[in-house]
Design a protein around this ligand. Sequence first.
Ligand code: ADP
Ligand code: MG
Length: 316
Amino acid sequence: MDSRSTPLLELQNVSRIFSRKKGFLGDRQEFYAVNGVSLALKPGETLGLVGESGSGKSTVARMAVRLLSPSAGRVLLDGRSMFTADKAFRQSLPRRVQMVFQDPYSSLNPRLRVGYSIGEALACAGVPARERKERVAALLAQVGLEKDYAARFPHEFSGGQRQRMALARALAPEPELVVCDEPVSSLDASVQAQVLNLLKDNQERLGLSYLFISHDLAVISHMSDRVAVMYAGRILETGSAADIFMNPLHPYTRELLEASRGRGNVGSGEPGKAVASGGSGCPYLRRCGQAGLDCAGEAPELREIRPGHFARCSLA
Ligand code: ADP
Ligand code: MG
């Protein structure tokens, strides 16, 4: 791939603020669910976004598909802002960018026959009615399902089959980018591998780009060309999958790796007090086993430690 090509998806310094109640009757307090995140995804590439629950991954996903607007920063598709570019461009986005959720019912209406749900996505993409039946059958085949399934309802299938159907629906408008938010997290391990391989096969066949989100490092490692590690709304480390797995630089990445190898525990990546106030100090300070005196000072920037391998840690 040409390293100079325009990224398909780019997040430039994107933040998203939410508010939550402080205590039972308390005032609402604002906090950064996503804080100054920059990411770039090249055409045909898979960028894995990993981090524990509450770290802000789904908020990134929702901004990347224009379901949620950023509080600051820019989200670009092919170099153009998803939020401020002209109307024709913005109207083309639902076709070009699709999402697969953890729960397939987020995209499959339980009251509609599977073929109808997929046909609806084809209709939105402008496929004429007379071609839809054939296209539905082809899409079902593409995700390893029989065409007869079109006449049945989602609840008649297993979780893995439903997720295949959700993928068929996402692929219907022939998107360039698919944002997958924990697509296999609700599936049994044996079924997970099948669905991951299906995602890979379709990527190769269709030249898709994936922003692939998981809390599970094993899954991320199976899928990703590059990886970004997120914690409390920030990217703590990013680089090629080989960099991240062979040569992790950030103590948090190492903690995640240890935990995924069954040695250690991972707590919660909810934005803490320091982050909520936009405050100083390393966001990982409270959890870090290696922190020194300097770490309580200025929050570290994301620095390029080796070519293409960045970490937000004063000790790296
Ligand atoms: P992840 O997907 O990594 O588990 P999320 O992006 O879902 O993380 O959430 C990040 C933080 O933002 C969490 O603290 C979550 O509770 C909070 N959050 C997410 N969506 C909203 C919302 N609509 N309103 C208020 N807080 C939210
Ligand atoms: Mg999530």
